[in-house]
Design a protein around this ligand. Structure first.
Ligand SMILES: [Zn+2]
Length: 472
C-alpha cells in the first residue's frame, strides 16, 4: 500500500515531521524548505514562519549569475529568499545541510513597474521637483532632489468606469498634477532599498495606463450568468460566440453571493476607475472544494466555496479579494503573455475539447493557455499582488496581520493538498506566508493596527448561510 508513504510525504512537505518515521533505519530523505526568512532567531538559527532552521555546519551559498559562492552565516538576514536542504528533526525544527540564498534578494537595486491603484497624494510635489513620498506598488518610494523624474501624464483616453462597453470618451484625458486622476497610470521606478524597507527612488517615470487589450479575455471568451439547461441550476457559462465551452456551478445561496460581491465592490481602489477599458468587476462564488480564488483579465473574480470555508475572518477574505483585484488592475495575464512568454501565445488552442467541461476550471484554463490565473503567476507578479493586497486592505481599514496567518492555516491544516492542487503551484503557502510576514515587518513597522477591522457580523452571517463545505 502506497498510502502511508504518501501521507508521510504530504506531512513532510507541509513541514510537519511524521513521528513514525524517526525509527526508520534508512537515512531520511533530504528535504527542502523554501521561503523568505522571517526572523533571525540567534547566531545559528533562522526562521521561515514557524519553522526554525538550524544552521549548524550548513554550507551557505549565494546563487547568482556567476554561479554559487559561499557567504558567512552571519549574512543571512530577514527578507532573504532561501532554499534550505536538510532533514526535519522535530516539529517545526529543520537541520540544514545547505542553504542557498537567491541573489535577487541580495541585490538592493529595485526596478519594477506598476499601475497606480491609488491617487498619489504628492502628485503636485513630484511634478514640481520637490521632495515627496509616493506610495505605489505596495512600496514606499522616497522622491528627492536626486530623483530623475518624468512626471507628465501622456495622452491617454480614459473612460469613466460607469460607462459600459468600453466606448472611448475623448477629452477625458487626465493631466498630471492638475488634480485630475492619475490612478490607473503606469509608474516605472528604479531605486535602492533602504534599511527601513523604503525605496530611495533614483528614477521615476509616469506613463499611460494599460491599453484596452490588456483587459480583454483571450479567444473572445465570455463569462455569463446562466441556468443549466438540464437541471435549471444557476451556473456561470464560459462562452465563445454562441458556443458554450463549459459551465461552473454557482453556490445557490443568495446571502453568500451578495456578501462576497458587496465585499469585493467595497474593496475596489481608485485605480479601478482609471482603466482604459471600463471594467465591471464581478465576484462569483463557485461550488468547488479546493481552496482557491481566481481573477480573469476582464474583472471576473471567482471565489471557491472551500476558500470561504477556510478563511477565519473578513480581514483574510478582504486580503484575498484585494490580491485578485490587483491581478486584474496590474494586468498580470497580459503582462505575462507579452513580457515573459511571447513564444507561448502562438499556441492558441485550435480547438478546445469538443465537449463542454463541467466544473473543472483548471483544466479548461489550461486548455486556453490561461492556467496562471488558477495556479498563480510568476513569483514577481504574485508578490506584487500580495504587496498591493496588503496596501489595499490597510487603505480600507482592515487589519492586515491576519493575511499571513491565513497562509499559516493552509500550511498547518491542509498541508500540501492545497498547494498540490490549485491554490498555487509554484508559490506555496509557505512562500507566500513568509513574503507577507516580511512585507508587513518591513513596510509597515510603525503602523498600529489595533482597532482596525478583523471581522464583521456580515461575515458570520455568510458563514452560517454557507454551512459546512467540502475542502480537499
Ligand atoms: Zn495570485
Amino acid at each position: 500500500m502506497a498510502r502511508p508513504f504518501l501521507a508521510s510525504w504530504l506531512l513532510l512537505q507541509a513541514g510537519i515531521p511524521p513521528q513514525n518515521l524517526k525509527a526508520a533505519s534508512p537515512p531520511p530523505p533530504k528535504l527542502k524548505v523554501h521561503g523568505y526568512l522571517t526572523a533571525r532567531v540567534d547566531a545559528t538559527t533562522v526562521a521561515i514562519l514557524d519553522d526554525q532552521i538550524h544552521l549548524g555546519s550548513a554550507k551557505i551559498v549565494a546563487h547568482d549569475s556567476a554561479g554559487e559562492h559561499p557567504i558567512p552565516s552571519a549574512d543571512l538576514a530577514t527578507g532573504m529568499l532561501v532554499e534550505a536542504e536538510g532533514i526535519w528533526t522535530g516539529h517545526h525544527q529543520f537541520a540544514a545541510e545547505k542553504v542557498t540564498v537567491d541573489a535577487g534578494l541580495l541585490e538592493k537595486q529595485i526596478h519594477y513597474t506598476a499601475y497606480l491603484q491609488e491617487e498619489p497624494k504628492d502628485a503636485e510635489k513630484i511634478k514640481n521637483g520637490a521632495s515627496a513620498e509616493l506610495k505605489a506598488d505596495g512600496e514606499w518610494l522616497l522622491v528627492d532632489s536626486k530623483t530623475k523624474r518624468s512626471w507628465s501624464a501622456p495622452e491617454a483616453t480614459v473612460v469613466n468606469a460607469s460607462d459600459t462597453g468600453g466606448t472611448k470618451t475623448p477629452g477625458a484625458t487626465p493631466d498630471a498634477g492638475n488634480h485630475a486622476s492619475l490612478a490607473g497610470y503606469r509608474v516605472e521606478y528604479h531605486g535602492a532599498r533602504l534599511a527601513d524597507g523604503k525605496i530611495s527612488a533614483e528614477k521615476l517615470e509616469l506613463s499611460a495606463p494599460a491599453p484596452v487589450d490588456a483587459y480583454k479575455m483571450p479567444h473572445g471568451l465570455e463569462v455569463v450568468r446562466a441556468k443549466d439547461p438540464q437541471t435549471g441550476i444557476d451556473v456561470l457559462e464560459f462562452r465563445r460566440g454562441k458556443k458554450v465551452d463549459g459551465r461552473m456551478k454557482l453556490f445557490p445561496d443568495k446571502t453568500v453571493q451578495t456578501y462576497v460581491s458587496d465585499l469585493g465592490d467595497s474593496l475596489l481602489p481608485a485605480g479601478s476607475k482609471g482603466t482604459t477599458k471600463a471594467l465591471e468587476f464581478r465576484f462569483f462564488v463557485i461550488e468547488d472544494s479546493s481552496i482557491n480564488a481566481a481573477a480573469l483579465p476582464d474583472g471576473t473574480v471567482l471565489v471557491n466555496t472551500a476558500l470561504l470555508g477556510a478563511v477565519e475572518n473578513e480581514a483574510q477574505l478582504a486580503f484575498i479579494l484585494s490580491h485578485e483585484i490587483s491581478h486584474v488592475l496590474q494586468v498580470h495575464y497580459w503582462r505575462e503573455v507579452h513580457e515573459t512568454r511571447p513564444q507561448r501565445i502562438s499556441l492558441l488552442i485550435a480547438g478546445i475539447a469538443a465537449g463542454a467541461f463541467i466544473g473543472d476550471l483548471g483544466l479548461f484554463m489550461a486548455e486556453l493557455g490561461m492556467i496562471s490565473v488558477i495556479n498563480g503567476h510568476q513569483r514577481e507578479l504574485e508578490n506584487q499582488a500580495d504587496r498591493l493586497g496588503l496596501q489595499n486592505v490597510i487603505e480600507h481599514g482592515y487589519d492586515p496581520r491576519p493575511a499571513p496567518g491565513f497562509m499559516r492555516i493552509i500550511v498547518e491544516r491542509y498541508g500540501a493538498r492545497s498547494t498540490s492542487k490549485l491554490w498555487s503551484n509554484h508559490d506555496s503557502a509557505v512562500l507566500r506566508g513568509s513574503f507577507l510576514t516580511v512585507q508587513l515587518q518591513k513596510q509597515y513597522p510603525d503602523h498600529r493596527f489595533d482597532g482596525t477591522k478583523v471581522n464583521t457580523a456580515a461575515f458570520d452571517e455568510m458563514r452560517d448561510a454557507l454551512g459546512p463545505v467540502r475542502i480537499e
